[in-house]
Design a protein around this ligand. Structure first.
Ligand SMILES: [Zn+2]
Ligand SMILES: [Zn+2]
Length: 399
């Protein structure tokens, strides 16, 4: 064989070897991510003709999506059907929404999502058809892809139904029994629990309970004892403050929003064995979730974890969105990148999107693609921690 051919042969072999190793490495690094906070929805799309198709965020080049399109498969679920639904139809619809979410997860290398009901107050818990049983149904159907988190539809209403001063032994017992049912059903965390939830629209609820409410403290003890986490929805309010202008339009939002951080710190201190995950960091409705405050709290409280969320841009309909983690193009702001790099063991991803069935369910603000797209801006090592390893450890998730 002439020398030139031999070197060409070795060069080609080397090229193949490198290509193979790179693609194997890429697969390993991008197939096992864990999203710590997702919802499904079967709420109907009331406006005829309203599109709920997904918008692609910027800064994403995604081979898997292109592949799905190339193969001629629809990346989303079936078309809408009208009419009333029975319980089994609802379950069927949740499964369809979950299948839809799985397509999305595969596009972004997300192996597992923690699935949970949203936080509910007593008036809602009987009306809202989004409870842990729906989530459990999905988890049982796809045990390799979903992990159960619950309490938003059972424990949260118990907290909101009892004033801090009125917590009797009987109430505590009832709360413990409800928590036990969830533990027996295999939850990895209690959630979504709400400390301060402002109403974004007239049909939303405003709800607020201090994070050091005796039942939240009891929940921390139960979580610590069972090695479970607590998933928290909370606006950051250091001291009582006037509500921001954009939320004044909702009539049942109070004019003054009470402080949350003091009570939250009491909860963190109460039982260091309870892992508290503060969700929706980067989605701020009071202006208080600054990197500076978070840095201070992370340094002070070893049992505090944060989960990042990035919602689609201004077109989502709201103008007041301070303390976002990235700009409109998707680039992380330097102060957030620094926070992530300074606390790489304490930060995770929690996209917090309600995924439904295109053409059938109501369009909710999109945040899955937007949130996961930031991972590419982290070093490989940090991305592994933020995208996977921290969630695996905090929620005791097996491969
Ligand atoms: Zn929430
Ligand atoms: Zn949520």
């Amino acid at each position: 064989m002439p020398l030139a051919s031999i070197s060409r042969f070795y060069f080609s072999a080397l090229f193949l070897l490198i290509t193979f190793n790179l693609s194997a490495g890429e697969n390993l690094a991008t197939t096992g991510y864990i999203d710590t906070h997702m919802h499904l929805t079967i709420a109907k799309n009331k406006k005829q003709g309203q599109s709920n198709s997904r918008k692609k965020p910027q800064m994403i080049g995604n081979a898997r999506l292109k592949e799905t399109i190339r193969q001629g498969k629809s990346p989303r679920g079936p078309k809408a059907r009208g009419g009333q639904k029975s319980q089994s139809q609802s379950n069927e619809e949740y499964i369809k929404a979950a299948e839809n979410l799985i397509v999305l997860m595969d596009e972004y290398g997300v192996g597992k999502c923690l699935l949970m009901p949203p936080p509910q107050i007593p008036e809602q818990s009987k009306k809202v058809n989004n409870n842990y049983k729906n989530c459990l149904e999905v988890v049982n159907k796809f045990p390799d892809r979903f992990v159960l988190v619950a309490g938003g539809g059972t424990l949260n209403p118990l907290i909101y139904g009892t004033d801090a001063e009125s917590v009797t032994d009987q109430v505590r017992k009832k709360f413990e029994q409800q928590a036990k049912i969830l533990i027996e059903n295999g939850v990895r965390a209690f959630g979504e629990m709400s400390v301060l939830h402002v109403a974004m629209a007239e049909h939303h609820n405003y709800s607020q309970a201090p994070a050091d409410h005796p039942l939240f403290l009891l929940l921390a003890d139960i979580a610590a004892k069972n090695n479970l986490a607590i998933d928290i929805h909370m606006e950051a309010v250091v001291s009582d403050q006037a509500i921001v202008d954009s939320l004044k339009q909702v009539s049942h939002n109070p004019k003054i929003i009470p402080a949350t951080i003091g009570g939250f710190e009491n909860l963190l201190i109460h039982n260091r064995g309870a892992k508290i995950v503060w969700q929706h960091i980067g989605w701020d409705n009071t202006g208080g979730t600054t990197p500076e405050l978070l840095r201070k709290l992370l340094a002070k409280h070893p049992n505090l974890y944060l989960a990042l969320r990035r919602e689609e841009g201004a077109k989502a309909g709201r103008s007041f969105t301070p303390n976002r983690i990235a700009d409109e193009s998707g680039k992380l702001y330097p102060q957030w990148l620094k926070l992530i790099n300074d606390f790489p063991e304490r930060i995770m991803i929690g996209s917090d999107e309600f995924v439904g069935i295109p053409g059938k369910t109501k369009r909710m603000p999109q945040s899955f693609e937007e949130t996961w797209s930031i991972l590419k801006q982290l070093s490989k090592e940090t991305a592994e921690k933020v995208g996977r390893l921290n969630a695996k450890r905090v929620y005791s998730i097996s491969d």
